[in-house]
Design a protein around this ligand. Sequence first.
Ligand SMILES: Nc1ncnc2c1ncn2[C@@H]1O[C@H](COP(=O)(O)OP(=O)(O)O)[C@@H](O)[C@H]1O
Ligand SMILES: [Mg+2]
Length: 361
Amino acid sequence: MNDEKFVEVKNLKKVYDNGHEAIKDVSFSVKKGDLVCLLGPSGCGKTTILNMLAGLLNPSSGDILFDGKSVVNVAPKDRQIGYVFQNYALYPHMTVLQNVMFPLTVGKQKMPKDEARKIAEKYMATTQITELADQKPGNLSGGQQQRVAIARALVQQPKILLMDEPLSNLDARLRLKIREEIRALVKNVGITTLFVTHDQEEALSIGDKIILFNNGVIQQDDLGQNFYLEPNNYFVANFVGNPVIDNFKVTVKDGKVTGSDFELNVADLDQNRFKRELTDGEYTLSVRPENILPAPEGHVSAKVDDVELIGRERILKFTHDGVQARSLVNLEVPIKAGDNINLKMRLDRVFLFTKEGERVY
Ligand SMILES: Nc1ncnc2c1ncn2[C@@H]1O[C@H](COP(=O)(O)OP(=O)(O)O)[C@@H](O)[C@H]1O
Ligand SMILES: [Mg+2]
């Protein structure tokens, strides 16, 4: 038994029959009881990974271990997995109670109806759908259907819960509420959960850790805050954050970092943050909007194009060298569209990326 690696994926690859390499060489592990988010843009391979974990799809190579034992040759029904599909996949002709009971009433381990009903009722109470017992799925809202799908995934007391974009069919407000409920529920049940989403804010809000994918490759496997503070590469820095990060083209030469109208000394950067030696050449200097702020003696001067209010903060939008950029300021900052301002970057918080996206600083 190894609780640190309750789920372990080793060098997993998937090439579909048409030759498309959907998962390239993926290794990660999930700690027992953790809720881990698999995050990434549409088409990056998230569902492919869940389907291989569930046994609905065979890997082309690599291994999957649950609790230290390889499951690649174990049938889906024997993997002790609960799966909440993206479209919920409820049985339309059955009531809510019948849907939730269903997994307990089929297969080798099928149990007497009374017993199945008792267990189903317990999970319907946990997911707060008791009053809907006699309804058909067609009469339920998206949020209610989703709870039914979760209850049905939990009745067999699986060891691992897989959820594929479970909130994507819900409206924005409900999404926020239900994501908190899902986290509370899985923590309460204590089940190890892999939660797939393309929404970075959702992942950051509920994941114990996040694994970010792109093009079938892991870009970063880390705690949420590190995606902000220590992104592995340009893709990560740009995928995570709202408002998105600002990117400026710069040239590094003779100890200077030169943008279209600003110049920094390499010596003024935090020397401990260099990943390797900074060689002369073209780079992208990226800075999060909360780390480029109005200041009398700024690095960059710009005219504010527009000001957007987001909750308690404001986004100052400006154009720099033809690129739209943003500064995230406190609500009280009295700057308005049309103002000419100077902006100062926190040099211990900027990043430098090569053209290939490698992070150098
Ligand atoms: N059965 C299939 N045959 C060929 N390509 C597929 C198949 N299923 C998915 N793909 C491709 O594999 C990639 C990953 O798909 P998927 O895992 O569904 O991504 P995600 O869930 O992250 O949106 C996509 O480019 C998709 O078009
Ligand atoms: Mg998918």
